[in-house]
Design a binder for this molecule. Structure first.
Ligand SMILES: [Zn+2]
Length: 89
């Protein structure tokens, strides 16, 4: 358990996130790292807030989402003729 000192909480989060060995890990990895050593209530929210406000993470965030692709008309409109195209517009 960690005493409820805001300065101490901040210092722990800095050590587990900003340190060169930790390497600005994401929320889940950082939460696991901090919770392994310093278990306390409200930890997840503090970790999320810290990572969301980390300047380095916000600048160099890697997009891990799959490419969305191009928009295509729904297959229902195919074979229906000009009436369906007019309705779709
Ligand atoms: Zn960071």
């Amino acid at each position: 358990m960690v005493p409820s000192s805001p300065l101490l909480k901040r210092r722990i989060l800095e050590l587990c996130h900003d340190n060169q060995l930790s390497g600005h890990v994401g929320i889940t990895k950082m939460h696991n790292l901090v919770a392994y050593t310093f278990l306390r209530s409200g930890l997840r929210a503090d970790v999320e807030d810290y990572v969301h406000h980390c300047d380095a993470c916000q600048r160099h965030k890697v997009n891990t989402r799959m490419y969305a692709g191009k928009l295509q008309p729904p297959s229902i409109l195919e074979g229906c003729g000009k009436v369906c195209q007019w309705i779709a517009l």
